[in-house]
Design a protein around this ligand. Structure first.
Ligand SMILES: CC(=O)N[C@@H](CCC[C@H](N)C(=O)O)C(=O)O
Length: 383
């Protein structure tokens, strides 16, 4: 097993090399280096890669079913400001969503699994591109879970700085929202700052679009339902005295119900048409959907997991949140569940100062291993 110090060293190494989705080459090679040492001469272990992803399967002694654990691998395009000694060495990249901790947990679980043979197979998935390309869906569609790589139960976690370190929180139904990325491109006519009458200003068009589209949430979504529309990136024009002839706007929509997500998308198209008319410009709206389905936990498995955690005294109830996760896609294909792991921090996920407290990692890894081990010796979901 990996002790607390060894887990911290692994996280330290991974935190320094954050990479954007589908570019996780250094991360993949570091993980493979460790895994190859641990699995040397093991005939019960198979390893395969898909792009920057890795799958490791440990055969069970009886081998009726496969219990799988998934970690994501990618970082975000964020400039790290934690001031940590293990800060990112990759400019403009940061593990601001805790995927470095997720990978550390997965490696801790893998090491324990290698040391504890079980009746059924165990599979460890290191999945790229959770934040940007929906790597879970890409891997599924590429056939990564076919034939002897198929899965009977899939589990995953996400760190949560709002929960005390080591606390586990989940619910036996929807945990995360379904999300959809929105990319909007505005094309008008640039011109001299002094002659606005001869141009169509895309800075004004894009900011008007942002303002008006916020009313979709307050005026079109049923108040007893809920949705989020966040634009996190806007770029317009080039310099102070040239009217912006184009603008780029990127954001995300979140909702628990697919119909609500669709309503927000439809209304965004309407607003785009209105802006086109009002500003005599072109507005193209592109939606990227399909990977980040709502994370819906299997009821029976989650109830069992909650009882298991309660018996160890570190479970907390939690409401569904508007975060997104492409693990939701895998949960539509395989039974399983996701949970939050508390890492008590001052700054939220995606913040440039996000700094998880990982002092309880060894205890958390041991608990999750016990759960997987139990499931890897169970005959089916009901026992
Ligand atoms: C837990 C978490 O923070 N997840 C991310 C996942 C983003 C997926 C995709 N890029 C999207 O925006 O939907 C989140 O932003 O919630």
């Amino acid at each position: 097993m990996l002790n607390q110090k060894e887990l911290e060293e692994i996280r330290y190494a991974l935190h320094q090399i954050p990479e954007i989705g589908l570019e996780e080459f250094e991360t993949q090679s570091l993980i493979l280096k460790w895994v190859r040492v641990w699995t040397k001469d093991r005939e019960d272990v198979q390893i395969k890669t898909w792009k920057t992803g890795i799958l490791i399967k440990i055969s069970g002694t009886v081998g009726r079913r496969t219990i799988a654990w998934r970690t994501d691998m990618d970082g975000l395009p964020v400039d790290e400001e934690t001031g940590l000694s293990c800060s990112s060495q990759h400019e403009g990249r940061m593990h601001a969503c805790g995927h470095d901790v997720h990978m550390t947990v997965a490696l801790g679980l893998l090491k324990l699994a290698l040391e504890h043979p079980a009746e059924n197979h165990r599979l460890f998935l290191f999945q790229p591109a959770e934040e940007n390309h929906g790597g879970a869906k890409l891997m599924y569609e590429a056939g990564c879970f076919e034939e002897k790589w198929s899965v009977d139960e899939f589990y995953a976690l996400h760190v949560n700085p709002n929960l005390k370190s080591g606390v586990i929180a989940t619910r036996p139904s929807t945990l995360f929202a379904g999300t959809c990325e929105v990319h909007v491109r505005f094309t008008g006519e640039s011109g001299h700052a002094a002659f606005p009458q001869d141009a169509n200003d895309m800075l004004i068009a894009s900011t008007s679009f942002v303002q008006i589209s916020q009313t979709i949430i307050s005026r079109n979504v049923n108040p007893v339902d809920s949705a989020v529309l966040t634009f996190g990136h806007l770029e317009a024009g080039q310099t102070a005295n040239v009217i912006a002839g184009d603008a780029k706007l990127d954001g995300t929509i979140r909702a628990f119900i697919p119909e609500t997500l669709k309503k927000v998308k439809d209304r965004l198209q309407d607003v785009a048409e209105g802006i086109e008319k009002s500003f005599n410009c072109k507005v193209e709206v592109n939606f990227i959907q399909g990977a980040w389905l709502p994370v819906v936990n299997d009821h029976a498995l989650t109830e069992k997991f909650i009882n298991f955690c309660n018996a160890r005294g570190n479970f907390q109830e939690i409401d569904a949140l508007m975060t997104g996760e492409d693990f939701g896609y895998l949960l539509q294909k395989f039974p399983g569940m996701m949970f939050w792991l508390g890492v008590d921090g001052k700054y939220p996920l995606h913040h440039s100062k996000m700094s998880p407290d990982i002092s309880k990692l060894e205890i958390s890894v041991a608990l999750i291993h016990d759960w997987i081990y139990q499931r890897a010796n169970a005959k089916k979901i009901d026992n």
